[in-house]
Design a protein around this ligand. Structure first.
Ligand code: 73E
Length: 839
């Protein structure tokens, strides 16, 4: 460590040392050092996981310089920072992504090879942090990547769940949930910062008092206090020095409070309270729709919000003498209503703790917050029973009442004598039992409210937030979602990345609009053939994976028809199955039918308590069992359910898809983001006019998109006339054949009960209009098959899809948030040596 010594003795001497050097030999040695000094292993006895850890620490060392400089700069500079509050961050594995963003993939690959190992294998060893359910959590992760890549000072705040989303096993065709022990072998990417812990109150009562200056104040005497300990993970931007922080809170008992005040001499009671406090952040709720009224979930929400706001205030007061300019230095974004209690909590901190008057405190609060809505499903609007809320957060409820009273006073002036407006706008739902409505709190407390795709933002104004729109039209805006091309192309699809870069250079990686240049090669036959070659190789990789995981042999030349997303009735995986059975029946009746062979690939988790979603999984696997083993079909159809769909598996699947299934009932999917990942990787979409599909179709051109189904107004129309699904069954012979085949037990070894709930639901209720859209879907699928037969035509369409995906980069989304909502500017980070005294 002579170089290290030299640089300590003379900070001006910059000699790359073992922890920062980027050449192959230094990296190779650093990995061996870490293997010995951190993992405590000689190479001869080290496992693959040991090598992964050694490499992860080697990469982390190379991040720290940028990270600490970013944190330091953000603290000192009087520039505005973004705080992204989210109950979920589905970041995916860090190693590969950090190699891409540090731009050291090649060196590391070589260094690892020289040690006799394979980089991809080490990357595959990383256990992914599953701290989210699906799109909402993954969006937060893409946004962190883009914030850093755009050099925006930002911090992500959330919860460090001990158990993330469950691991899904498939047993006898059914989903089985296994707890996700992602931390069991250690997490090299996080650093605990116990010195920055904060306290969070729960329960108890409030008390009025007069302070030394004679002012009337309220204090909260809690029943118990929980300690929040931050764990920080660096989020490095692409080829920049900015590395922002993802700060996740873990809960612990606050021993000083619990031991002294309540448990004197009561050791077992104290241990009990410790267990209680630690339970708070044990597990992620595995629903991608809220489960009303679960007290622990409200505790989680308040816990991370309270920790995060205290943390921001503490940071703010390091360089500022008061909170008067809090709204000028912080933009806080609420990722759905899960953190919406922040509106009331910031008021509490300003009024009760920092002794602000109500009005100035409210100005700061409203200027600070923005609220993103992610769903229109009315059953998904979060509301908390007043009794639970008041018991757990008595002071917050008082503040909410005060916010509500002042707000309703303004409403009364604007809409005199309009009782129905008053009751729909009120934060308190008094319809039967009383509830606190979180969306109302978020709307009232934010200066901007946005949906996540154009259609969704329009529907918000027309439906669930209609009355808020009438009141504050100026607050409403749209930011269409996006995805990061670093993870969803460069990392996951190196072959296509290479081909594109050969043609147009690499600027597209952080200026995705540049993909446009690919259009000039669409008529180049040799380019199209290279394009097909890449897709073919990627499909072969996935075929191997499928055989290894589920033992099904699939033909890589068949059309890979893919639907991966959470299992939900509105997403209509079962409509996809109706199409599969239709093709099956056609081929059975007419073995000479000329259609391209297809491999149907499904993946996705069902919420553990969602009966119908679990049956849909069983339907898919049951249909697969019959079709995959029917010799008459001569392997022309295969159906695969890939277990445990997660970020890692997504990275394998999107690049290999030919066809992307985006078939939700119009008006139900707020945006979708998988749709963008597929298209970016050259899959064509079959889809409804829902969520971001509308904009994808606009961008790629109607001729390069397979459209079907009712539009949102048509859906409303059908429903308003008393939808009668049975009519479609009666009048459509082919549909009848499909449903009857399910009913008679053909796919369930004669068991007629197993899948009947699905058929009954479709025949007698069909809330998501599968039967109404069936024929249109089948027709559109026939166009897909025709197009696929003409491989040259298909390649053109695929190239144009990729070339026109520029809009769907999360860099574009984040730029819009920065310009229109947060009003924040980039800050470039200068690197200072870690040992410089002024650092
Ligand atoms: O359409 C997706 C959207 O692309 C939407 O369903 C999803 O958010 C994505 C990102 O904007 C979403 N998730 C949730 N609500 N909307 C949700 C609700 C409760 C718990 C967890 C997730």
């Amino acid at each position: 460590h002579l170089s290290l010594m030299a640089s300590i003795l003379n900070p001006n001497v910059t000699i790359e040392d073992d922890r920062t050097g980027l050449d192959i030999e230094t990296i190779r040695r650093a990995v061996l050092d870490n293997l010995f000094y951190i993992q405590g292993k000689f190479p001869a006895i080290a496992t693959k996981h040991d090598f992964y850890m050694a490499l992860a620490y080697t990469v982390r060392d190379r991040l720290l310089q940028r990270w600490l400089n970013s944190v330091q700069t953000n603290l000192k500079k009087d520039v505005k920072s973004v705080a992204y509050l989210s109950a979920e961050f589905l970041v995916g594995p860090h190693l590969g992504n950090n190699l891409i963003n540090l731009d050291i993939y090649q060196q590391v690959e070589q260094a690892i090879k020289e040690s006799g190992l394979n980089l991809q294998e080490l990357i595959d060893t990383e256990e992914e942090p599953g701290l989210g359910n699906g799109g909402l959590g993954r969006l937060a992760a893409c946004y962190l990547d883009s914030l850093s890549s755009l050099e925006i000072p930002a911090i992500g705040y959330g919860i460090r769940y001990e158990f993330g989303i469950f691991d899904q096993h498939i047993q006898d065709g059914w989903q089985v949930e296994i707890t996700d022990k992602w931390l069991q072998y250690g997490n090299p990417w996080e650093i605990a910062r116990p010195e920055s812990s904060v306290m969070v109150n729960f329960g108890g009562r409030t008390e009025a008092y007069t302070d030394d200056h004679g002012a009337f104040r309220v204090r909260w005497i809690p029943e118990y206090v929980v300690k929040g300990i931050p764990y920080d993970t660096p989020i490095l931007g692409y080829k920049v020095n900015t590395a922002n922080t993802l700060r996740l809170w873990r809960s612990e008992a606050c021993e000083s409070f619990n031991f002294e005040r309540f448990n004197q001499g009561d050791y077992y009671g104290a241990v009990d309270s410790k267990v209680h406090s630690e339970n708070l952040c044990k597990v992620l709720y595995p629903n991608d729709e809220p489960i009303q009224g679960k007290e622990l979930r409200l505790q989680q929400q308040y816990f991370f919000v309270c920790c995060s706001l205290q943390d921001m205030i503490r940071t703010h007061l390091i360089e500022n003498s008061s909170l008067d300019n809090f709204d000028q230095l912080w933009a806080i974004q609420l990722n759905d209503t899960h953190p919406a209690v922040a509106v009331a909590e910031l008021m509490r901190l300003l009024v009760d703790v920092h002794h602000y008057e109500w009005e100035p405190a409210w100005q700061i609060t409203e200027n600070t917050f923005g609220y993103t809505n992610h769903t229109l499903l009315p059953e998904a609007l979060e509301k908390w029973p007043l009794s639970i809320f008041g018991r757990l957060l008595p002071r917050l409820l008082e503040i909410i009442y005060e916010i509500n009273n002042r707000f309703l006073e303004r409403v009364r002036i604007k809409f005199p004598d309009n009782g129905s407006k008053m009751s729909s706008l009120s934060i308190i739902d008094e319809s039967d039992d009383k509830y606190v409505r979180m969306a109302n709190l978020a709307c009232i407390g934010s200066h901007r409210i946005n949906g996540v795709a154009q259609l969704h933002s329009e529907l918000l104004k027309e439906t669930i937030l209609h009355d808020f729109y009438a009141l504050f039209p100026e607050k409403f805006t749209n930011v269409t979602n996006g995805v990061t091309p670093r993870r969803w192309m460069v990392l996951s699809n190196p072959r296509l990345t290479e081909l594109i870069t050969q043609k147009i250079g690499n600027r597209w990686i952080n200026h995705l609009d540049e993909l446009k240049q690919l259009e000039q090669f669409v008529d180049d036959a040799s380019f199209r053939s290279q394009w097909r070659q890449v897709k073919q190789e990627v499909k072969q990789d996935l075929a191997k994976y499928i055989e290894k995981k589920v033992g099904i042999v699939v033909n890589p030349a068949s059309l890979f028809d893919v639907q991966v997303k959470r299992i939900h009735e509105y997403k209509r995986q079962h409509l996809n199955v109706l199409h599969i059975i239709t093709l099956y029946n056609r081929l059975k009746h007419n073995p000479n039918l000329d259609i391209p062979p297809r491999t149907f690939i499904f993946g996705g988790k069902a919420a553990p308590g969602y009966f119908m979603a679990k049956r849909i999984i069983k339907l898919i696997t049951s249909v697969g069992d019959v079709i995959n083993n029917d010799p008459d079909l001569k392997d022309r159809l295969k159906v695969v359910f890939l277990p445990d769909y997660n970020v890692t598996l997504g990275q394998r699947v999107y690049p290999a898809a030919d066809l992307s299934e985006q078939i939700s009932t119009a008006g139900k999917e707020a945006s979708g983001t998988g749709n963008m990942k597929f298209s970016l990787n050259g899959a064509l979409t079959i889809g409804t006019l829902d969520g971001a599909n509308v904009e994808i179709r606009e961008e790629v051109g109607a001729e390069n998109f397979f459209l079907f189904g009712l539009t949102t107004p048509q859906v409303a129309e059908v429903k308003s006339h008393g939808y009668y699904p049975r009519g479609h069954y009666d009048s459509n012979e082919e549909l009848r054949g499909v449903l009857d085949l399910i009913s008679c037990g053909f796919f369930s070894r004669g068991n007629r009960e197993l899948l009947q709930p699905i058929v009954d639901n479709l025949l007698y209720d069909d809330p998501y209009l599968l039967l109404a859209d069936y024929q249109s879907y089948i027709n559109s699928q026939e166009e897909v098959s025709e197009a696929y037969k003409d491989q040259e035509r298909w390649s053109r369409m695929s190239i144009l899809n990729v070339a026109r995906m520029g809009k769907f980069s999360s860099d574009r989304s984040i730029q819009e948030y920065c310009d229109n909502i947060w009003k924040v500017q980039p800050v470039s980070i200068k690197l200072q040596a870690y040992n410089q005294e002024n650092a």
